[in-house]
Design a protein. Structure first.
Length: 156
């Protein structure tokens, strides 16, 4: 047992200042996830699949409302500070990523609703994500090509 600064051995189940057992290595060893105990052997029923699809569609509506709200803020252009404008731009990027992820899940649940197995639907979802990554890489390369002449002018 490691000595403490006052000569009293510390309680290994709690960290300094009354921290939880999850803050130390000792706590991580004793921590068990109850959610991992439940294994689902039965496939999803068609009703559950339809319910998941509806939930994803509702989530898409929420995201689109958020997007409309943020675009409205950005169009008004009456930001009090430049930080607020930057925050709005960051939110628009987050919304774009969220729209892509919800679209992917909609695609997955639509395939499942049509009777495709999880294996096939997840492969399609992975291909969708790969196409989004390729698209992002191409956009980044195009942006770098556009900025290249400006960088060269600054150096000369």
């Amino acid at each position: 047992m490691p000595p403490s600064h006052n000569g009293i051995a510390p309680d290994l189940r709690s960290g300094p200042f009354g921290a939880s057992p999850f803050d130390s290595g000792w706590g991580r060893q004793n921590f068990k996830m109850d959610s991992y105990k439940v294994k689902r052997d039965k496939p999803l029923t068609p009703e559950e699949i339809v319910e998941k699809c509806k939930e994803t569609q509702e989530e898409m509506q929420e995201v689109l409302e958020w997007k409309k709200e943020e675009e409205g803020k950005f169009v008004k252009d009456d930001f009090k500070t430049h930080q607020a404008k930057s925050a709005c731009k960051r939110n628009l990027k987050k919304i774009a990523r969220r729209v892509d992820s919800v679209n992917g899940m909609l695609m997955y649940w639509d395939l499942r609703k049509k009777g495709k197995k999880h294996f096939y639907a997840s492969i399609e979802l992975n291909e969708y994500w790969a196409s989004l990554k390729e698209k992002a890489i191409k956009e980044r390369e195009e942006k770098e090509k556009k900025e290249l002449p400006n960088l060269l002018k600054k150096r000369l």
